[in-house]
Ligand binder design. Structure first.
Ligand code: NAD
Ligand code: LMR
Length: 329
């Protein structure tokens, strides 16, 4: 039986993450090796020509699963029929820009995109926001998408999750595949909290194996939380291939499920779990099954974790208050 292609809209398609992302979507890594896709690339007018160049290269790969590429500079057209939306394009922080300026500039992008998603996307649309500040941009888009269930809007903390897996594997001499149940809590920012207290390495508690709170507090947590800045410092540009890889992982897991006994980290609208105010888009441990995710319930949160989760959630509340004051939500 021939499957109907899945419409995947990618914003910021001509940017550096877009360039690392599109070829992997087209080759079947986003949804599965048997799922045909149609790409809908959304750019600002100045980005359209470069997106056309990328589309030419995509054509030149002759990907069997790629059933079409269209390029738009109008979100109403870009999101038409979208089953998956990857919101990558965002306004980067420029010299002298305050956090409020950045939130306002991004509100100008994510509010109309949320409205366009509500008006034109497919009923089953799933959204991943990558563009920073990802959690609050997701909140802006979600608030504007009247009639779309809030849980369809997610923000990316999978890159932080993957970063934490590798740091923990290196510390313990294990393989990333031995590690389960790691969690990123809170905001995709320097306040995020990578939590190993629930994690297991080959079935044993990770925090007990590490048994070194100073390493956790002074090395592991800051290394993971400040990795984005370290990469900008080293590369002179922000992470691109690893961010694209994490976006692929996020959507693949959301659609195809988490492994038995494991979970992943996603920024999702809070239902009040773990004291995170309802509606904030915060990172939680989630399991995925049949295209839906659920926040893992009943985890014991120790004082070390509580303080750190609360600090990151406080920052998210402040960002929400700032965009509320700007009339963006
Ligand atoms: P980039 O500057 O290379 O590309 C961004 C692209 O978005 C540009 O081509 C630009 O023309 C386009 N764009 C801007 N406004 C748009 C709009 N309204 N509609 C459609 N396209 C638009 O940036 P990049 O390196 O690809 O990064 C993109 C975003 O991802 C940044 O905000 C970055 O901070 C963020 N990021 C997030 C994570 C994460 O883990 N959540 C990781 C890395 C980067
Ligand atoms: C990352 O985590 O690599 C990025 O979010 C950093 C950034 O500011 O673009």
């Amino acid at each position: 039986m021939t499957r109907t292609p899945v419409n995947v809209t990618v914003t910021g398609a001509a940017g550096q993450i877009g360039y690392a992302l599109l070829f992997r979507i087209a080759s079947g890594h986003l949804l599965g090796a048997d799922v045909p896709v149609k790409l809908r690339l959304l750019e600002i007018p100045q980005g359209v020509k470069a997106a056309e160049g990328t589309a030419m290269e995509l054509d030149d790969c002759a990907f069997p699963l790629l059933k079409g590429i269209d390029i738009f500079d109008d979100p109403n057209k870009g999101f038409e029929g979208a089953n998956i939306g990857l919101l990558v394009g965002a306004r980067p922080r420029g010299p002298g820009m305050e956090r409020g300026d950045l939130l306002a500039a991004n509100g100008g992008i994510f509010k109309p995109q949320g409205e366009a998603i509500a008006a034109h996307a497919a009923d089953d649309v799933k959204i991943l926001v990558v563009g920073n500040p990802a959690n609050t941009n997701a909140l802006i888009a979600q608030s504007a998408a009247k009639g779309v269930p809030a849980e369809r809007f997610t923000a990316m903390t999978r890159l932080d999750h993957n970063r934490a897996l590798t740091q923990l594997a290196k510390k313990t001499g294990s393989s990333v595949t031995d590690i389960k149940r790691l969690t990123i809590w809170g905001n995709h920012s320097a306040t995020q909290y990578p939590d190993i207290f629930q994690a297991q390495i080959a079935g044993k508690n990770a925090a007990e194996i590490v048994n070194d709170e100073a390493w956790l507090a002074d090395d592991f947590i800051p290394t993971v939380a400040k990795r984005g800045a370290a990469i900008i410092d080293a590369r002179g540009a922000s992470s691109a291939a690893s961010a694209a890889n994490a976006a692929i992982d996020h959507v693949y897991t959301w659609v195809n499920g988490t492994a038995e006994g494991d979970w992943t980290s996603m920024g999702v609208p809070s239902d009040g779990s773990y004291g995170v105010p309802e509606g904030l888009i915060s990172s939680f441990p989630v399991t995925c099954k049949d295209g839906k995710y659920e926040i893992v319930q009943g985890l014991e949160i120790n004082d070390f974790s509580r303080t750190r989760i609360d600090a990151s959630v406080r920052e998210l509340s402040e960002e929400r208050d700032a965009v509320r004051e700007l009339g963006l939500i």
